[in-house]
Design a protein around this ligand. Structure first.
Ligand SMILES: Nc1nc2c(ncn2[C@@H]2O[C@H](COP(=O)(O)OP(=O)(O)OP(=O)(O)O)[C@@H](O)[C@H]2O)c(=O)[nH]1
Ligand SMILES: [Zn+2]
Length: 292
């Protein structure tokens, strides 16, 4: 009898699938006629249980495929940013957001380590900014339970990865989400750093039919490494609300630029626009007069 499953473990040599109805897990192999096809964690497959193995007969088309970590069909990324230790860096966050928008993966912003803040006003400003743009934002301390429930609700039924700078608290958050003790600082990517080790990815199930990868994504990204410079403007969500004179306007001093107008009116955040211009390596001479 044919069954549907999700690939929840993948290394160079082996794979495992989890059945979507019963959540039972089996070691898996590819049927001979599709042996040449690539298989990734996150692949939805069809196949048959033969003995104690799942024989994959068909790999469903992927909606996306990440290289780091190698996971297919990713719905969400938890972009974990510490407020302190290391200090919050909005330029880094805006690069992350642009890259995942480009990859069509929904970013959820996690402001972590809020227990280290004496004054919460700065945090509130950042929360407002990113919520107004249209992102889900959760501010928490990954050492505590508060906020974890909210994250679980957002990623219910989805495939999710975590990303963020080194030391931001990705492993701590993962352990809390999964309720297991992945030792802090020892998540997969660290184990995988040895010379002769290969990287394996596990998707851990939690709640019902929600899966999260144990291997973190990028700790640092440059938007222009992935995205053509002239296209970056498409991945700053709030810019899409405005129509410039030229449909391919890059908002770098073109005539009739509605985005620059919106910055002048205070509708677009100066900080976001500053980060955008930095990505574009563009100096806008009016910036300092408009954004004080
Ligand atoms: N005060 C405080 N410390 C935290 C919090 N979350 C994590 N930490 C600490 O921050 C340090 C880094 O946390 P990790 O979870 O290892 O961070 P990571 O993002 O996985 O780091 P890398 O493995 O380097 O990528 C650890 O010492 C954690 O105990 C938090 O909410 N508050
Ligand atoms: Zn424009």
């Amino acid at each position: 009898m044919s069954a549907k499953a999700l690939v929840t473990y993948r290394s160079a040599a082996a794979s495992r699938v989890t059945l979507l109805d019963s959540l039972k897990t089996y070691p898996s192999i590819l049927r001979k006629k599709i042996k040449k096809q690539k298989l990734y964690a996150g692949d939805f497959v069809e196949g048959e249980i033969i003995g104690d193995q799942f024989v994959i007969e068909k790999i469903e088309p992927r909606k996306n495929l990440l290289v780091r970590p190698p996971v297919a069909n990713v719905d969400n990324v938890l972009v974990v940013m510490a407020m302190r230790s290391p200090n919050f860096d909005s330029y880094l966050l805006d690069n992350f957001l642009a890259v995942y928008e480009y990859k069509k993966i929904e970013p959820i912003i996690i402001f972590n380590k809020i227990d280290l803040l004496e004054d919460k006003r700065e945090l509130e400003t950042w929360i407002d900014l990113y919520q107004n743009i249209g992102y889900e934002v959760v501010a928490l301390s990954a050492m505590q339970e508060d906020g974890i429930k909210k994250i679980k609700k957002y990623i219910q039924g989805d495939i999710t990865i975590v990303a963020g700078p080194s030391g931001a608290g990705k492993s701590t958050l993962l352990s809390k989400l999964l309720g297991i003790d992945l030792k802090t600082g020892e998540v997969n990517h660290k184990l995988g750093r040895g010379r002769h080790t290969t990287t394996a990815v596990t998707l851990y199930p939690f709640n019902h039919n929600s899966f999260i990868a144990d291997t973190p994504g990028f700790s640092k990204v440059e938007a222009t490494y992935f995205i053509d410079k002239r296209e970056v403007h498409r991945y700053f969500r709030e810019f899409l609300r405005y129509q410039c004179k030229f449909p391919d306007c890059t908002h770098t001093n073109e005539p009739g630029c509605a985005v620059e107008e919106a910055v002048k009116k205070g509708e677009i955040s100066c900080n976001r626009f500053k980060n955008y211009l930095k990505i574009m390596q563009f100096f806008w001479k009016e910036f300092d007069t408009i954004c004080k």
